[in-house]
Design a protein around this ligand. Sequence first.
Ligand code: PLP
Length: 473
Amino acid sequence: FHYGGLIMNKILESSGSVIDRQSTENLRNKDNQHYLHPWEDIGSFGENQRTVAVGGKGIYLYDSEGNRLIDGPGGMWCTQIGYGRKEMAEVIARQIMRTPYYSPFNLTNDVSAVLAEKLAQMTPGDLNTVFFTTGGSTAVDSALRFVSFYNNCKGRPEKKKIISRQDAYHGSTYLSASASGKTRDKNFQDTAADIISFIGSPNPFRRPVGMSEEEFRDAKVKELEDRILELGPANVAAFIAEPILASGGVVIPPAGYHKMCLDICRKYDVLYISDEVVTGFGRLGHWFASEKVFDIVPDIITCAKGMTSGYQPLGACIVSDNLIAEISGNTGKGTIFSNGYTYSGHPVACAAALKNIEIMEQEKILEHVRETEPYFLQKVKELEDIPIVGNVRGQGLMACVECLLDPDKQSSLALDYEMGGRIDKKCQAMGLIVRPIINMNVMSPPLIITREQIDEMVQILRRGIEQTMDQLV
Ligand code: PLP
């Protein structure tokens, strides 16, 4: 996997990089001294030896030492069309020369208007009103603020509670982080705990011993209904859920779960927000998974990431016509939704999204995902024969390998918190990045991945897990 820097040099030369080549040590020093990364362990700030990415082509990243790495996590669930797309660079450059920016508060622009219509056509049901944001967190934040605004407009200011789920991840603004349910992420952080209420994750792998998947699903749906009743339906505004809990470890709920949750929401006049930041834009073989995969039409969809394949930061909160009509029917003019960003609907990001969608259509990437899914899942499932692998699960082109210290004692939840990190390190040394989450490693490769590349990815992962296991004994 070591290419002596040849391909990387070619990429750097053709890109006219603004940074002259610097030694890895030099770059790492700058990084360690000045760059506070997301989820940084500040207790050991400055001690990291991060891989320095300097180029990319297709599903591969190149580091500053000339190594080629398969991008197992797809950046961060987002590099759908892969790296090094000339058409993307050209469209982005052209848009910068046309209109790099203008304020969305008073004018519109051609590309954002066209993208809004395109998204309205791609979403299910009557979700036709697009509020552009700068990413997934701001999309979720906007959705939650919209729900609160909606209930205020409807003259029921007490209807404010949001029900979310343990292990959910919805973002990193104060409100979207408050709706996120990973316990460790709450350490040292305050949240809007008075508004958000958590129910359990529908993770079938963690269901009580002896309980069937259907019984487990019914219990989880009942938990939602019980919580609504406990809080009082008049106080509950919305339920927010990722179709598949992504950062929580690719948790695929039992069949029928989302539909039953939606029915409960409808029964108690609770809105359903489907957070498709990861599952949207082809990850599960469709533009959006809510309707096509899970048979639900929610009230609001949030999306980001794959919308631009990571070439530009962009997100959207897409609201149903019905909600907009209810507000305008209840209030007069001057009902201002005071929420928005300088860079809402940024024209360069919107141009990138339109081109990305066009490429995905032309190259039939959704079809490719649907065709490749069974092969990908079969290959990753084969890893279950490794003794420390407790569970492999996946859907579309996303999967999780969960290792346990003692897989026979599933109910004891014997976790090694460093296991995922150790496996990732071993894999990186062999040319593969696999994102670690506690005792898990998740994969969501660029959607253009071929069967041969899947073989290569899974073979390295197997070796990485086996080497880690050998060191345990
Ligand atoms: N929602 C989900 C389901 C996510 O997985 C993420 C990020 O991983 C977010 C929201 C936040 O998106 P962003 O990091 O673009 O703000």
